[in-house]
Design a protein around this ligand. Sequence first.
Ligand code: CDP
Ligand code: MG
Length: 736
Amino acid sequence: DAAEKLVERYEPEEEVRPGGDGALWEEERFKASLLKFGAANAGSKQEEFDLLLDEKIDFVQAFQMSGTNEEQARELSAAEKKKMSIEETRKSLPVYAFREAFIEAVRDHQVLIIEGETGSGKTTQLPQFLYEAGFCEGNKRIGCTQPRRVAAMSVAARVAEEVGTKLGSTVGYSIRFEDCTSEKTMIKYMTDGMLLREFLNEPDLSSYSVMMIDEAHERTLHTDILFGLVKDIARFRKDMKLLISSATLDAEKFSTFFDDAPIFRIPGRRFPVDIYYTKAPEADYLDAAMVSVLQIHLTQPLPGDILVFLTGQEEIETVMESLIERTKQLAGKVKELIILPIYANLPSDMQAKIFEPTPPNARKVILATNIAETSVTIDGICYVIDPGFSKQNSFDARSGVEHLHVVTISKAAANQRAGRAGRTGPGKCFRLYTSWAYQNELEDQPIPEIQRVNLGNVVLMLKSLGIHDLVHFDFLDAPPQETLVIALEQLYALGALNHRGELTKLGRRMAEFPCDPCMSKMIIASEKYGCSEEIVTIASMLSVNAAVFYRPKAMVIHADSARKGFWSPAGDHVTLMNVYNKWKETDFNMQWCMENFVQHRTMKKARDVRDQLMALLERVEIEPKSSEDSIAIRKAITAGYFYNCSKLDNSGHYKTVKHKHTVQPHPNSCLFEETPRWVVYYELVFTSKEFMREMVQIEPLWLLEVAPHYYKQRELEDATNKKMPKQKGKSKAELA
Ligand code: CDP
Ligand code: MG
């Protein structure tokens, strides 16, 4: 029955795309790339090249499993996996065969572009190969950047295990607000944003012998900026090796950018993946995804895990809940289904679970954001369910509004996702969109982040690095002129730049903080208002970017009333501060958190962040001072976030003051019912509407005090703070 439904919903792809042609190895492509590498290495000895080629062909033959059918191939790989030691696992990765050739290539060339399919072992193996080959002599490090925090952490953990040391000793990682490295660290994984920050302290990266800019195809903002910076460094630090590695076919573009650096291609080991499309567009893709998981589980052979791509934590939690519900009903009747989430803010002990092998007679289903597209590789996936969406941040230069949107993915991303099903055996990919939509509605490539986000942060960073002329900065793809101008204007309004566009003393201090310019400004403004302790607490609570409260279904009333106990009429920032301070009064007690429906994990994280921000405060010579004056605290917040100011108009709607953009108070805000006339918010989130998350009530005259360049008296007309009459009787008082 379920099998029929699966067939009913999907239709197979008509023509078979590359990778789906049944060849276990793309031998032709592989040979061509090898020749190409040979050509790129023209001048290297012919015998060596021949030797290399022979070795490769043996390797191909060793791995060809021709004659085995799908089931056998899978059993084989599952059984093999189980008894494989770490050493054997390393040797089984496609990059292993290229170990010597790779080391040789790095010796011969200063800059190398590396292209290899996801999961071939670039991230975990290449830094190790170089470490083993002595590239850390003279106590220099090998650095490797990752666009995502989770990837940096999980890869470092894996490599530490492979090297046989504790994480943080020979192998470590560094992400914002979390440094897990030591003097001994030789292989350092870090987010691309962290490497950018390292430039501030070490502009020539002199402690590194090798820098690998990994997952270059992701084209995150920070990675794009790094391209320009490391290219420059490579020119005057001839002893530093530079590797740019990417999963997809952008290698030529990178090569051109890096002065025609040679391309080292690692052929992927890719099993065929059959692609299926839905016959009609899906009205509810979450439901469709969930139903597909169950249908696959009921009809398809074991082993074979399922990977579902969703857009974010909320979706993952929704699907998880309903899957748990449904499988409960089927308990005993079907094999076990282990449901695991993976997304950026997932605590690291939970992340580790997805890498644990699936027990026999069970199936794993992993609910992931596009983090599992390329940066995190999970073995054993045979089925991919792809609804075709991801969350993307974008910046509307006209309204000055930045938001996260759910967008359709690109063809390149769809193919990456499908590829995840064919790593350990032949696989199937179920696309929750039609074949027509794939052909006609998906863009070929995603737009690089640098062309769609607010650049305030990186402009401040580049200015602090002494890069004054941004228009002529060596961008792989330049950002729109308009966004650059807006970033400069905003930094000017914040006081970080002067009218000539030069960094001010304030700007220099702001750049010390690993935060957005608004937050850095707020922190520095706390000096003037004598409330640095409170503001740093608020900044930490905002920075953890994870839920502070939890709301178990069975105890909604208790949870809500506990939450309301922390509310402040001044607004959400002050509420967050109250939570932290109350927790601190209990000497950071865990029991207290449970009783108050506060997430202990989030609080611990906030405490770590706070410690680090306090240390940075000392660096910029701001004395810790405490104040109970809510006005002082809110003025400091306004000094940082004055762009994010909105005002309730006579019709009862909030509009941003500068651009008259309509926004709504978030239902979780403690000011949701209060609706003060003037508010400053932390950020906008777009779900069904544009919501202001974390708001504080302010007085309009403060805007003139904190941002005289930005606001003029006449914009603040009607500067009364009277409450407006409600449009609809939603307030509790009226309902009562
Ligand atoms: O970087 P690339 O996509 O080429 O591959 P990788 O991330 O180095 O992954 C190589 C292998 O290491 C894969 O088979 C992964 O499953 C495994 N791995 C792991 O077991 N645990 C991790 N945290 C990361 C990778
Ligand atoms: Mg990788």
